[in-house]
Design a protein around this ligand. Structure first.
Ligand SMILES: NC(=O)c1ccc[n+]([C@@H]2O[C@H](COP(=O)([O-])OP(=O)(O)OC[C@H]3O[C@@H](n4cnc5c(N)ncnc54)[C@H](OP(=O)(O)O)[C@@H]3O)[C@@H](O)[C@H]2O)c1
Length: 258
């Protein structure tokens, strides 16, 4: 992936940071995106990257104008864009009956609208940047299985799969592939804080008991690491994956088989 530029959203921690690291290893230039500037810059500085290979651009991916400016800045700095990994997202653990319209709209915005806004910019720029454009959307296995107490999140991730298949058809003629990766429970802040801690508070159950219960539905009996999920993302961004588009792949330690 030498000489290619990939925009990675949600890159200040967790899966996004692991994807940024893996893309750099493959020789790509990486544009790292998240809202919290300090945390993003710290994450960028933690990477072992050649001069000029990393650009940190604090952006709220739900803000249409800010997303436009992100891609303008990317092209100004690197001359084009070849890859987009829509990884930014947020969990929402809530009983359906207690989910407000504002929370529902927020979940759709952060997990699905953010990707649409970025894809729209990237699809206009990728054909001018050279052949082999790649978009990878990070959904969730819950988009396929559903998830109790996470209806807005699971619905937003299912929307992302519809977006993936539709754009794959539309972008095929532009030489761009569009695929999705559907992780299961990964050992990141989102799982530890926004899922386990949140569920522990919501249901007044010890987090150890919740983790045990969650893993009982996972054949491999462990959480995934962001690094192992990142490997599939990087493969889908590579020339080796040129024949794959409109697909969604689960990396979920077998969870979907239950
Ligand atoms: N962890 C899991 O078990 C799991 C399972 C299935 C799917 N996933 C999906 O995998 C992806 C990565 O998850 P993760 O566990 O690595 O999450 P995480 O640890 O919570 O990290 C989320 C990243 O997204 C950024 N972000 C959130 N909202 C944003 C916005 N509006 N604009 C720009 N950046 C934003 C965050 O930084 P700021 O807050 O500073 O913006 C952070 O860098 C997400 O799409 C998630 O839904 C995770």
């Amino acid at each position: 992936m030498k000489g290619k530029t990939a925009v990675v959203t949600g890159a200040s921690r967790g899966l996004g940071l692991a994807v940024a690291r893996a893309l750099l290893r493959e020789g790509a230039k990486v544009v790292m995106v998240a809202r919290d500037k300090g945390r993003l810059e710290k994450a960028a500085a933690s990477l072992d990257a050649p001069e000029g290979a990393v650009l940190a651009v604090p952006t709220d991916m739900t803000d249409e104008g800010a997303v436009k400016r992100l891609f303008e800045r990317t092209v100004d700095a690197n001359g084009g864009v070849h890859g987009l990994i829509n990884n930014a997202g947020a969990a929402l653990l809530r009983k359906a009956a207690d989910t407000s319209l504002e929370e529902w709209n927020g979940a759709i915005a952060s997990n699905a609208t953010s990707a649409f806004l970025a894809c729209r910019e990237a699809m206009a720029l990728m054909p001018k940047s050279g052949p082999g454009g790649r978009i990878v959307n990070i959904a969730s296995v819950t988009a396929k299985t559903g998830a109790a107490y996470a209806c807005a999140y699971a619905a937003a991730k299912a929307a992302l799969l519809g977006l993936t298949r539709s754009l794959a058809k539309e972008a095929a003629g532009l030489g761009i592939t569009v695929n999705a990766v559907c992780p299961g429970a990964m050992d990141t802040d989102m799982f530890q804080k926004d899922t386990l801690d949140a569920a522990s508070a919501l249901f007044d159950v010890r987090r150890e008991a919740l983790l045990k219960s969650a893993l009982s539905a996972v054949p491999l009996k462990r959480l995934l690491t962001p690094e192992e999920v990142a490997e599939l993302v990087v493969f889908l961004c590579s020339d080796k994956a040129a024949g794959i588009t409109g697909q969604s792949y689960n990396v979920c330690a077998g969870y979907d088989m239950h």
